[in-house]
Ligand binder design. Sequence first.
Ligand code: MN
Length: 294
Amino acid sequence: MEIGVHGLVWTGSFDESGMDRAIRSTREAGFDLLELPLFDPFGMDVGAAVASLGRSPLAVNASLGLPPHGDITSLDRAVVDEGERILGRCLEVLDALNRGEDRTPMLGGVIYSQLAKYPEPASPQSRSNAQDVLGRIADRAAGYGIGLSLEVVNRYETNQFNTGRDGLAFLREIGRDNVTVHLDTYHMHIEETDMWQPVLDVGPRLGYVHIGESHRGYLGTGTVDFGTLFAALERISYDGPIVFESFSSRVVHSELSRSLAIWRDLWTDGMDLARHASSFIRNSIHTARMAARH
Ligand code: MN
């Protein structure tokens, strides 16, 4: 099981110095995995990033939300094609960042629509446009040994699906084994009935988990029921990546911070936040394991 942290805890720009900082800090805070936001996969200096990673034992996954000009739910063919081009480039970048390591790199996030508040419900055509692209991207991903995870987010960030069960229905229609559901406690807290049922409903198709507080700050200082979430993960014997996600106006990524409405300064010291999260997650896993024996 890989325990990871989202790159935006460390820096808002992933140039050479940003990458160096993110890699060093991720290890220092006690994580095995860095989740890299790939909002500009064509602009990224992949060679420099691979050089920064060097011989570090750090695992790397990537995530993004599609931009308006690459929204694969669009009814405009050119926009859909651009989204497919972006996702294809993400696969190439992630494959390079994995440096041939013997693991399944994961590309996730809102890769099935724009990361935005839509003004209307999803149409059947928008849904099938996205599914067609994702079927082809999944096939290409399989060639690289990459897995895709579709992150279930709240109603203000997509109109395609907002619950684990609906995410599962969406990926079943895509019909590829390397596409999984990605649950995030921040979004579950808004949309789901509780922290137990969605995990059991998705079951073996759960491929990725984000751990975030209700306000996206320090774990345990909000209203998310983490005890139940970790008990549910233990119940289904989940062993995929678990990644801590937190955002503060202290560290800003020009696109993502706006899309996610990060206006508040919930923390200033990313290292203290991350060390706390690393031990919180590991302790929670340990607690759930012990409780399962009773
Ligand atoms: Mn998330």
